[in-house]
Design a protein around this ligand. Structure first.
Ligand SMILES: [Zn+2]
Ligand SMILES: [Zn+2]
Length: 581
């Protein structure tokens, strides 16, 4: 079975060993050795068992014989005796503290030794009471950052990012699909509704054997630590690595009602129950009833149809008017991945990307796209290798040469220009004139006041070369809050000037947030979906961008990169001053 221990679990164990050793004051070279072996395991391109069997893991850099022994132990038993020994010796709260950004091992040891703090609640109390700030080299600011770090750690432990949850769900369903008696499986809950943060993994199993029978077989899956029953058709699986998933079993005849109930959201289900009642039905115990008569719902479409509704896509089930729309045939024709003709926003080796223009272009072409908008960083982003005008000229030549070779596929010349503090873009008009399109993004000075930040963005939109505001709020999920902005003013100005707002599909950003993207849509602003790829693998981000666009009720015509390459370029250039005019 596949969902046993995978490379990520093993890498995590090795990384933990490194942290424990570091906290114990172990020699730095030993700590570094474990960290690099964790990285080596995590970047394996094949299943870990295979890499052990064919000897490729033993040959990889940073993996010595003692590490191999640990890896074998973790893969066969699900745990590491070394890690368990270390766990006995180090207070677990100290390891939790390592996850707080800005709090390194030296500081943690000092906090522990001087204040006797050995848990996150203790740490929080010490920060609030001013005991941390009084330590040498700490100060008030550090104490505040630590409090902020504890808060975001709390958020992080409750939620996981959508792309991680999606991958976990895929592994798990692959294993569940193999169980005897399982007809099909469906990922439901937050993952199916494509929520950017997922609280719980939930999977529905449609089975032709009793739930108890399914549960018995589940318990035999390798890597399962515990089965915690909540009722006769629901069970919580806990895995050896600490993660968990809820499994709901249903019979085929009631699958529609169960899938609906398990997919949510609460708001959608409450409104659906009200609607059902107005039609003489009741939703009760994850089944549909008319009086005392059970109504069979083998799938969700049957269920919605019985209630006089069009089938509502899972992404729209947030109680935002979708039931009224489904009752009147007014559900939007949501954008799909196949509508997207161009991939926008990617970084190449000329700034901070991992692949060349050609590698990205070929990957985009193979994925079925018609064009690729290359947008490296601009000159003030010196750390990210931003391009000066001379490099822009050279990149343009390289793109012309590639376009001559690539036949039907087209590479567009773009830039991700920094929006400077005064709202100006990072280049003079004569440089921007040579490009096909321009993204403007804020990458610095996030702490400006709401008023100044809003002015900064509004005045950027007056630049006739700007086409797209990149990651408009600057949020990093579970890591950085959006900067303060008067978003209504931004959306109105975007609609008035024809500057599009990006749904940045980097799984850590997903910015605009889908709730905000819906507001931008209502305000009349155009949207683009940007991969913000820093390598070939990142091009696949756009799927998450499509998910967010669908949650925002967006149709293809509202998204600028569903246009053909030439339409997109004329769209981009329509704001520019006419030559000689
Ligand atoms: Zn950016
Ligand atoms: Zn970028």
């Amino acid at each position: 079975m596949t969902k046993t221990v995978d490379r990520r679990d093993v890498a995590e164990v090795l990384d933990r060993i490194a942290s424990f050793m570091e906290l114990q004051g172990e020699q730095p070279f030993r700590v570094r050795a474990f960290r690099s072996s964790a990285r080596a395991v995590d970047s394996l391109a094949k299943p870990i068992q295979e890499a052990i069997d064919d000897g490729s893991l033993a040959r990889s850099k940073g993996i010595g014989p003692s590490t191999m022994q640990i890896v074998r132990e973790v893969v066969t038993t699900g745990h590491s005796s070394l890690l368990e020994d270390l766990r006995e010796q180090v207070p677990p709260g100290l390891v939790d503290m390592l996850a707080i950004s800005g709090l390194g091992v030296a500081k943690i040891r000092m906090i522990h030794e001087r204040l006797g703090v050995d848990s996150l609640p203790d740490l929080e109390a010490a920060a609030r009471e001013g005991r941390l700030a009084a330590l040498p080299r700490f100060g008030k600011k550090t104490a505040e950052n630590i409090l902020e770090g504890i808060a975001s750690l709390r958020r992080a432990s409750e939620y996981r990012l959508l792309h991680h949850a999606t991958e976990e769900a895929r592994h798990l369903t692959a294993a569940l699909d193999q169980l005897p008696g399982v007809l099909r499986t469906q990922v439901v809950g937050d993952v199916r509704r494509r929520m950017e943060l997922v609280q719980e993994l939930v999977i529905v199993i449609v089975a032709d054997v009793p739930p108890a029978e399914v549960f018995r077989r589940l318990a035999d899956l390798p890597g399962i630590h515990e089965l915690a029953g909540t009722d006769e058709r629901v069970v919580t699986l806990r895995f050896a690595g600490g993660s968990s998933a809820q499994i709901i079993v249903t019979t085929p005849v009631n699958a529609g009602a169960v899938l609906l109930e398990a997919t949510g959201s609460r708001a959608h289900l409450d409104q659906l129950a009200d609607h059902a009642q107005s039609k003489g039905f009741t939703l009760h115990g994850a089944a549909l009833w008319r009086g005392s008569e059970f109504i069979a719902t083998p799938d969700e479409a049957t269920m919605y149809r019985a209630l006089g509704l069009d089938t509502i896509p899972a992404e729209l089930r947030e109680g935002q008017g979708e039931i009224e729309a489904a009752a009147t045939g007014a559900l939007p024709d949501l954008v799909e991945i196949g509508d997207l003709k161009g991939l926008l926003h990617c970084h190449t080796t000329m700034s901070d990307g991992a692949n060349t223009i050609e590698e990205l272009a070929l990957a985009a072409r193979d994925a079925g796209f018609q064009y690729l908008g290359v947008t490296d960083h601009s000159q003030s982003a010196t750390l990210a290798g931003g391009l000066d005008p001379e490099l822009i000229r050279r990149q343009a030549e390289a793109i012309d040469a590639l376009n001559a070779r690539l036949g039907g596929f087209r590479i567009l010349k773009g830039i991700e220009a920094d929006i400077l503090v005064d709202g100006s873009l990072d280049y003079e008009p004569d440089v921007l004139e040579g490009l096909d399109f321009v993204i403007g993004s804020i990458h610095s000075r996030f702490t400006m006041s709401r008023e100044h930040m809003t002015d900064r963005l509004l005045s950027a939109m007056d630049n006739p070369y700007l086409n797209i505001i990149g990651h408009p709020t600057g949020q990093l999920l579970m890591a950085r809050n959006p900067y303060p902005l008067d978003l209504d003013a931004v959306f109105a100005k975007a609609a008035a000037t024809g500057v599009a707002l990006e749904i940045n599909a980097d799984p850590h950003r997903l910015d605009l947030d889908w709730r905000l993207a819906a507001r931008a849509r209502k305000a009349g602003a155009d949207i683009t979906i940007g991969a913000d790829a820093h390598g070939v693998a990142g091009l696949a981000n756009v799927r998450l961008g499509i998910d967010m666009a669908r949650k925002a009720w967006l149709t293809a015509e509202r998204i600028a990169n569903t246009k053909s390459a030439s339409e997109f370029v004329s769209w981009a250039k329509r704001r520019r001053p006419r030559a000689g005019g």
